[in-house]
Design a protein around this ligand. Sequence first.
Ligand code: NA7
Length: 539
Amino acid sequence: MSTTSNAVEELDVLVIGAGFAGIYQLDRLRSLGHTVKIWEAGSKLGGIWYWNCYPGARVDTEGPIYQFSRDDLWKEWEYSELYPDWSEVREYFAYVDRKLDISRDVRYNTRVASADFDSGRNQWVVRASDGTTVRCTYLVPCLGFGSKPYIPPIRDLNAFAGACHHTALWPQEGLDMTGKRVAVIGTGASGVQVTQEAARDAAEVTVFQRTPNLAIPMRQRTLTPEDQATIKAELPERFERRGNVFAGFDFDFEPRNALDLSDEERTAGYEKLWQAGGFRFWLGVFQDTLFDEKANDYAYSFWRDKVRARIKDPATAEKLAPTQPPHPFGVKRPSLEQNYFDVFNQDNVHLVDLTETPIESFTERGIVTSDGAERAFDIIAFATGFDSVTGGLTAIDIRGADGTLLRDKWAAGVDAHLGIATAGFPNMLFVYGPQSPSGFCNGPTCAEIQGEMIVDMVDQLLRAGRKRIESTPDADRDWTDHVAQLVAPTLFPKAKSWYMGANIPGKTVQSLNYPGGLPLYREKFAEAKANGFAGFHIA
Ligand code: NA7
């Protein structure tokens, strides 16, 4: 029951963030009879799809499995394209809102500034930047892995007189690129997507690349009525499958090893995945690809030859798809592309290699590189990614039971039992937390699966009248060790990726995701639960 004391609202649970994860928490906990609200910094539902409205922003998961699996939702929903764009995903959220009446318990335009644990009352006291305060027994941050955009500290950043935006902070009203001179800094998923759009609309596009994106074919298509019927028929099974595979999609790694096959068998296997498109050439490839350098080289060589065949200028081809891999294939997230490599054949698209000529500074007109060249622009898009996984959490002044700030506790590295809780911060349970499967996982899959673990814990504790749950330092450490052991034999540590926390200068390098896959993660949680939530101290 919601009560007020001294005009401060009291809740069983405050959820932060209204993306897939937050919506799931609100709906489930509310239906179990608990008082729950979401505080959301944006003005609509959608999480990352509220913020990422840059031209070309698009889901890299096939739409049919990029939704909640509830019968009363999916049976009446259809995306028009296999890989829906941000505006259609927003329509999906509006649909979910109409069906589940989520917004009545969401406080929009409310950015959480601080959360302090009141040990006397075993409650969190949460304050928004506008001063609004709430008390809650449980705090469930659902911030996603990309809620803290990263902009590199470039000299004279503010000198530029044109429009300059991070892709995740793109103007909600849009920005017309037609006939403009556009710079794209960064070639991750966002950079690839914005480049494809800019190449079509802008007068000139200059892509500033530090590391080539080993992007793979999306194979986008409009879904016909026949497709929609097939999708509907297959969806129950696809939903079932997505909870039982490594990354929450509806396919898994090919159980054969690349190294065990003949050249012909291997190439045939790659070709099949390549033609099928999507992440299959990454998360459906031979299982030794992300572990063994030689197996990885095979995949890289196949990728390189396919891509180079599409690029006319040999020097450009060498930069976009180098003879030697810039890092092992698949240990940085490959984007899905539609015509990314082809656009570099257009006269209006230019590539600047930042490993040869790094950016020196911004000027009023544009960007100066180390060779002294100044290029003039109307629009600069920072597609430079995020302080991923932890940045959204550490941006908030979260103070635990003894007043320690979460950002101080994690300054030398994260520790979080099951990726759900961290010692000293009672009654705070993360969805998509550090060292949980968040980074590899199809969003809605983990919002439901990890989300249900948290719903289950919170519901049991509230019903039992328990006041406090906290992971133990030993359990946190054991989880960190377990994650370190899982990542050690893989090739992931060989790239400076956000998976490893290595994309942000000075950030501790460690696996921020759970590299054991969803089935093993589910097993670990079930084991802890069967043992009375082992690793948690419950009072
Ligand atoms: P990513 O994938 O983190 O990409 C960021 C890009 O920005 C990447 O190409 C970086 O190059 C580049 N970058 C970062 N800092 C700099 C500096 N200082 N100078 C030049 N270039 C820089 O972010 P996205 O937004 O594209 O995607 C994030 C996730 O969202 C994605 O994985 C999906 O899951 C959805 P680098 O590779 O580090 O050399």
